[in-house]
Ligand binder design. Structure first.
Ligand SMILES: Nc1ncnc2c1ncn2[C@@H]1O[C@H](COP(=O)(O)OP(=O)(O)OP(=O)(O)O)[C@@H](O)[C@H]1O
Ligand SMILES: [Mg+2]
Length: 261
């Protein structure tokens, strides 16, 4: 089982969209995929059509004493082989509780280690803040995927996120490969082109040499949770770019696994 954290401390850069698109892509290639919504705003949970009031069962239960088993929180989606776990708005209160309860930073890793073998890939949709939930995600992750909006202001956020991933890598024995995915790219603008170039200059081959374009069809992420047949009506530039991005990430996974062997 491989765990990917989809993270960026900046909001609105395409984290949730990337989680859904890569998850769908992996499921289409035959893998069993679990998407976990770690964001108290619950965008992904809502995309799956789950009401947030009253709160569904979900990630919060992993932090209970004793914690619930992850398998009991897994829901099946309309996309074959793609399952998910809901977020709850109450996750926002976890950050306050954490001060009194040491060890909460590993709750997700522990839940996932007991879940090994039930899914091939687990994708963690992180909130845009470096708090307890993101720390849980990074502690559990085998790889960090950083969607980064191709615009100049996003470069600071990217540098911060890369430093955080490097810190996590230093504090544990396992490597933490980083894959930067330029998103929301508008190739007609100079600012977009410059940002893409700088990303590649500053972060080298950790950055995908292509980009996910702005595509109005992706303003509605519900498309990504429709059964496979429905996608045919929506070939979409961004979706085909996400397929290429997945090829790149999987090639990099193969390389990291080879190095580790
Ligand atoms: N390639 C794209 N083309 C057009 N719209 C997009 C694209 N990717 C994402 N969007 C839209 O941009 C908005 C932000 O995307 P998304 O919710 O995935 O970002 P996020 O990083 O998860 O945000 P948050 O930090 O709030 O969780 C959404 O409305 C989404 O539908
Ligand atoms: Mg999101």
């Amino acid at each position: 089982m491989r765990v990917w954290a989809i993270a960026n401390q900046k909001g609105g850069v395409g984290k949730t969209t990337t989680t859904l698109a890569l998850g769908r892509g992996l499921a289409a290639r035959g893998s069993r995929v679990l998407l976990v919504d770690l964001d108290p705003h619950s965008s992904m949970t809502r995309t799956f059509g789950v009401p947030v009031e009253p709160a569904p069962e979900g990630v919060m239960e992993l932090f209970a004493t004793p914690p619930r088993e992850l398998a009991s929180l897994v829901r099946t989606s309309a996309v074959e082989r793609m399952d998910y776990v809901c977020a709850q708005t109450a996750l926002a209160t976890l950050e306050r509780r954490s001060a009194n309860q040491p060890g909460l930073g590993l709750a997700l890793s522990q839940a996932l280690s007991r879940h090994a073998g039930q899914h091939d890939y687990v994708l963690l949709d992180c909130p845009p803040t470096l708090g307890l939930l993101m720390i849980n995600a990074l502690a559990a992750a085998d790889r960090v995927i950083i969607p980064t909006q191709a615009e100049p202001l996003a470069l600071h956020g990217l540098a911060g996120m890369v430093r955080t991933a490097e810190m996590v890598e230093r504090s544990r024995r396992r490597p933490m490969p980083v894959s930067v995915l330029p998103t929301l790219y508008d190739r007609r603008t100079r600012a977009g082109q410059d940002a893409l170039k700088r990303m590649q200059e500053e972060h080298g081959d950790r950055v995908w040499d292509d980009a996910i374009p702005v595509d109005t069809r992706l303003c509605n992420t519900e498309l990504l949770v429709q059964p496979a047949g429905a996608e045919g009506a929506y070939p979409g530039r961004a979706l085909s770019a996400y397929r290429r991005a997945l090829d790149w990430i999987l090639a990099s996974e193969a390389q990291s696994l080879e190095q580790a062997a």
